[in-house]
Design a protein. Structure first.
Length: 317
């Protein structure tokens, strides 16, 4: 999956990853801010090009950022912060990636990281990870990025703040700075006017206007064929997964909303683990990551929303 994503990014010339600079390597403070000059795409995240279905929106765990190309720039450094980015706090913002010029667009992926020096190997992160993506090896927590979905549960329980980075469901402001050579940054930084976050949601208005869902498998109650909320799909005894680990996915069997039996996410309970999307896209465990030949229905998606976003779905009874 990762190799495919990296090759895709090279093909479309959006962003090529360069060596990130640490704060100590980038001590030059900016002196001016262009507020709103860094734009963030809202709605479904980007995705690879499927050979059958076409462009697969809602696939990547990423933000898409856009800016105006800076003359003579060699590369760009992109940072994120839970607070508005200013000239004073630029060096404290989290470095997300660097992008080789010329470029005016980039995918920016969320990613959590373990800092080895403060890590005490307590194992709390390993215990809480809903995707079994962390193990303690040699007294240090190690993340398996093939399994990690950047939900951030490990960050919440770490007693020494050894896990840093960016994650789902947190609001981030973004900033970008051009570099004309290493150690020679522009005086100006471009920043987003608003904060944004990544969420999962059920994109049930895409393909099937008759049933108002992508897969057409919403049926009543315990007999539901939805493979996100049941262990077995459609009575075929084909194991699809264990469903949401915190029971945040629910079915509207009482017609509270406009569509009876629709599947929704309770965002008060959701921990952004991504299990619902994995099961939705990986239906019957039939997937070829190299060709993105998914057999799932892809109703569950990843979406970028503003910090003040409020769901319009019905409230869970």
């Amino acid at each position: 999956m990762k190799k495919h994503i990296l090759s895709l990014m090279a093909v479309v010339a959006l962003a090529s990853i360069a060596a990130c600079l640490s704060e100590s390597e980038n001590p030059v403070m900016p002196t001016a801010v262009s507020a709103g000059a860094l734009l963030v795409d809202s709605g479904d995240t980007a995705g690879a090009v499927d050979p059958i279905w076409g462009y697969m929106t809602g696939e990547f765990s990423s933000f898409t950022l856009r800016w105006t190309e800076v003359d003579n720039a060699q590369y760009y450094e992109i940072r994120a912060s839970e607070s508005p980015i200013t000239t004073e706090n630029w060096n404290q913002a989290t470095v997300m990636t660097t992008v080789q010029a010329p470029a005016d667009t980039a995918y920016v992926f969320v990613r959590v990281e373990v800092q080895e020096e403060p890590c005490i190997g307590c194992g709390l992160c390993e215990q809480v990870c809903p995707m079994d993506a962390i193990v303690v090896q040699g007294g240090i927590a190690v993340i398996d990025y093939d399994l990690c979905t950047a939900c951030g549960q490990c960050m919440d329980v770490c007693p020494v703040d050894a896990i840093t980075g960016t994650r789902y469901a947190k609001n981030y402001f973004f900033g970008i700075r051009a570099f004309f050579s290493e150690g020679n940054p522009s005086a100006d930084i471009a920043v987003s006017a608003d904060a944004w976050r990544l969420i999962y949601y059920n994109n049930h208005y895409t393909f099937n206007p008759t049933t108002i869902n992508n897969c057409g498998l919403c049926t009543a109650g315990d007999e539901s064929a939805c493979y996100i909320i049941t262990d077995y799909a459609d009575g075929t005894d084909v194991f699809c997964g264990f469903g949401c680990p915190v029971d945040a996915v629910w079915q509207d069997t009482m017609s509270i909303g406009p569509v009876t039996n629709m599947i929704y996410i309770d965002y008060d309970e959701c921990i952004s683990c991504g299990q619902c999307m994995f099961e939705c896209w990986n239906y019957h465990e039939m997937i070829n990551p190299d060709s993105h030949a998914y057999t799932g229905m892809r109703s569950m998606k990843r979406r970028v929303v503003r910090a003040d976003w409020v769901t319009d779905q019905p409230l869970r009874p």
